[in-house]
Design a protein around this ligand. Structure first.
Ligand SMILES: [Zn+2]
Length: 166
């Protein structure tokens, strides 16, 4: 029974294997995430969106201009930045920290979605950043919460608990 099913599947797939195998391999390469980058946990950050100082830091290092690619992974978008976006999505554990932020125009922000960015997306962003980031600022996307950033969050939580209810 199982042998018959396998034989059927093989017979159906056989003539297509010459493109199915390299096609599946190419797809796996295209969607593969950047090794050793991205969040080290899938837990959602208590800070949902970029506000105040982290938002200003991301917009200012981008010079107020969109960091998106002009075409797929080439060139830089010419539109002004209006949003600070999570490179590694918040819904997938990407923290709301400057090392996971990018300045985007309205169009790029709409088209990005909540996908974990593939390696080539991160590489092309970092390559563009070398041309406009202020000297000495790290171009890499890290998406991990530093001790200082963790302290800022527990400070917020402690203050909001201490605040009297009205
Ligand atoms: Zn853009």
């Amino acid at each position: 029974m199982i042998a018959a099913i396998l034989a059927g599947v093989t017979a159906a797939l056989g003539p297509n294997l010459w493109w199915l195998v390299p096609g599946a391999a190419a797809l796996a390469v295209i969607v593969f995430p950047m090794p050793r980058r991205g969040p080290n946990s899938s837990a959602r950050d208590v800070w949902r969106g970029f506000k105040y100082a982290p938002r200003e830091a991301v917009l200012s290092r981008a010079g107020g201009r969109c960091e998106g690619a002009a075409f797929i992974a080439w060139g830089r978008c010419a539109s002004p930045a209006v949003q600070v976006d999570h490179v590694f999505p918040w819904s997938r554990g990407g923290p709301t920290v400057v090392s996971n932020g990018q300045a985007l125009c309205a169009g790029h922000n709409r088209s990005k979605g909540a996908m974990t960015p593939p390696w080539w997306y991160v590489l092309s962003l970092e390559r563009r950043r070398r041309t406009y980031f202020p000297h000495g600022v790290d171009v890499r996307v890290f998406a991990v919460v530093t001790e200082e950033e963790r302290a800022a969050r527990t400070g917020t939580a402690a203050r909001s608990k201490a605040r009297p209810r009205r």
